[in-house]
Ligand binder design. Structure first.
Ligand code: ADP
Ligand code: MG
Length: 296
């Protein structure tokens, strides 16, 4: 394509809220054969809400559990933490952060702290297990059922005992299906990449008509996954929104950030979508292919 054609295409993209950092990016995008999709905040809206609370027999009640966990999660910036804090507020359960000490954030896993003289851990099963907690069989079974319904389970332990779980869920973006179907029609393969549990990730992938799923990937490993896909000879675009995604956006042949994403992810991307419409990813791919097809 001539520099003129690329300039025209870039202008067209910009008018549709697709900001391309330079002309070479469109050329690289036209040759992409694989797209990695972050789940939380990218395929889904990323505004979670608490949809269920389960407690183990003989443990404290649901409100008591939510009040304590929210008091701890107030210090986390994760969308899951925001959901728990909002749910506690809605039920007049604080959150009251007084009395919380030794707060610790475990990225991609959860949080821990001391409260009322006890040690609290809230997060993934792996985090609880790392802390020596033996999972409660009843709660494990509930979690399995909830995960198949696309509910993310935050497991809670007090002084080493698994006492309950808080289920949080999120909605798919309205155009997620259109994006996935469109990319598939362009002959592009896809991988769903998430720190969330396999059960939840598989359920999302299935709702979208199926794709490769890489779940339970820690934030610091996301870019390694992109590197491995490129190592297989694939030309990879990565679509993401979070701080977690920034290294992967850089590692990909083309990084695409959602406009609502964190500043770090926007700086790390070579294409930024001003709106959060996922179908703009498809529009960008088609635009690049139409513009560059002539020279290949
Ligand atoms: P994603 O890759 O889907 O954006 P993250 O890597 O941020 O997800 O988190 C992975 C998982 O770690 C979450 O699904 C959740 O189970 C757990 N987690 C992370 N942060 C928190 C938190 N503040 N409280 C509870 N659980 C958390
Ligand atoms: Mg995300």
């Amino acid at each position: 394509a001539t520099p003129m054609a690329i300039a025209v295409a870039s202008g067209f993209g910009a008018r549709h809220g697709i900001l391309v950092k330079n002309g070479e990016v469109l050329e690289t995008l036209s040759g992409i054969d694989h797209v990695v999709l972050d789940k939380t905040g990218t395929l889904t809206e990323g505004s979670m809400s608490v949809t269920s609370i389960e407690v183990a027999d003989g443990a404290l009640d649901a409100d008591g559990l939510l009040a304590r966990v929210a008091a701890i999660e107030v210090q986390s910036e994760h969308s899951i933490a925001d959901a728990m804090v909002a749910a506690a507020r809605a039920r007049n359960l604080g959150p009251d952060r007084h009395g919380v000490s030794e707060f610790n954030n475990h990225p991609g896993m959860g949080v821990s702290a001391r409260l009322e003289g006890r040690r609290w851990v809230a997060g993934t099963l792996s985090l609880l297990q790392r802390e020596g907690v033996v999972p409660d069989p009843g709660l494990l079974e509930r979690a399995r059922v909830l995960e198949a319904e696309v509910v993310t389970c935050v497991h809670v332990a007090v002084d080493g005992r698994h006492v309950g779980l808080v289920g949080v869920s999120d909605r798919l973006r309205p155009d997620a299906l259109e994006l996935v179907a469109g990319l598939r029609a362009e002959g592009i393969g896809m991988t769903l990449l998430t720190g969330d549990r396999r059960g939840v990730a598989e359920a999302v992938a299935q709702q979208l008509g199926g794709m490769e799923v890489l779940a339970e990937v820690l934030p610091q490993d996301k870019d390694r996954v992109v590197g491995e896909l490129r190592g297989r000879g694939l030309r990879v675009a990565m679509v993401g929104d979070g701080i977690n995604d920034a290294p992967a956006l850089i590692r990909a042949d083309v990084g695409i950030a959602l406009g609502s994403g964190t500043d770090v992810s926007i700086e790390s991307a070579s294409i930024v979508l001003m709106s959060n419409e996922l179908r703009k990813v498809l529009m960008a791919v088609r635009l690049s292919r139409r513009t560059l097809r002539t020279i290949r």
